[in-house]
Design a protein around this ligand. Structure first.
Ligand code: C5P
Length: 231
């Protein structure tokens, strides 16, 4: 089968992860969660006593030395950093609070962008989600999407996700964190969060996520239906 890359970028809580997972399933493509890779490196630093904000050099040094790989046998794939399974660490509050420090380091982005392109060589039929997938990592992707939603809706979604996974969630605090993370993600020099000119933009504030998936599936089938299997 020929390669087919669909990118899905957008801010925290825009529904990206849920939508990307469902879309990949419906289209028969694999899923790459690039946020997990930034989170995995963050967890690895924190667990070795390195604070990315105050010790950026040590964080960068570590990030360049360790391996970051998915085990594609799992659903969703499990993430190994330096051969340690960090999947259950990825959504912890300390990781979420520090991940944009890691993501703002250009050297670390270079390492992960390269890793993401290598993954696509082995898994060439992908829905890939993140902040820079359509703009930097896969500029020639077959179809690009940019999801957005208003900050209150995004905070409510994140809170619901956390509660579902049995973690405490204070919506006001999440709103502040999301706003801070968005600001950092949008204002860094390398791979900032932007909507590529050739991306299809969807505001998910007032749409249930399964409707968003319907919409995106329809757009992909219109654009590259001949490269997909039957509905
Ligand atoms: O999508 P998720 O919330 O898991 O992403 C966590 C963080 O990783 C984002 O806030 C962003 O700082 C960083 N990230 C990134 N580029 C990507 C994916 C995630 O900078 N492609």
């Amino acid at each position: 089968m020929e390669p087919l890359i669909v990118t899905l970028d957008g801010p925290a809580g825009s529904g990206k992860s849920t939508v990307a997972g469902l879309l990949a399933k419906r289209l028969g493509l694999e899923l790459l969660d690039t946020g997990a890779m930034y989170r995995g490196l963050t967890a690895c630093c924190l667990d070795r006593g390195i604070d990315p904000a105050s010790q950026p050099d040590a964080a960068m040094d570590l990030a360049k030395r360790v391996s970051v790989r998915f085990d594609w046998g799992g659903h969703p794939p499990r993430l190994y950093v330096d051969e340690r399974d960090v999947t259950d660490r990825l959504r912890d509050a300390d990781v979420t609070a520090s991940v944009s420090d890691i993501a703002s380091m250009s050297d670390i982005r270079m390492v992960l962008v390269k890793a993401q392109r290598q993954i696509a060589e082995h898994h060439p039929r992908l829905v890939t989600e993140g902040r820079d997938q359509g703009s930097v990592v896969f500029p020639k992707a077959a179809v690009k999407f940019y999801l957005d939603a208003n900050p209150r809706v995004r905070a409510a979604r994140r809170a619901a996700q956390l509660r579902e996974s049995g973690r405490p969630a204070d919506e006001e605090k999440i709103l502040q964190q999301i706003t801070r993370r968005d600001h950092r993600d949008a204002n860094r020099t390398d791979g900032p969060l932007i909507c590529p000119d050739d991306a299809i933009k969807a505001d998910t504030s007032d749409l249930p996520l399964d409707r968003v998936v319907d919409l995106l599936e329809q757009k992909v089938r219109q654009a590259v239906g001949d490269r997909l299997g039957p509905n």
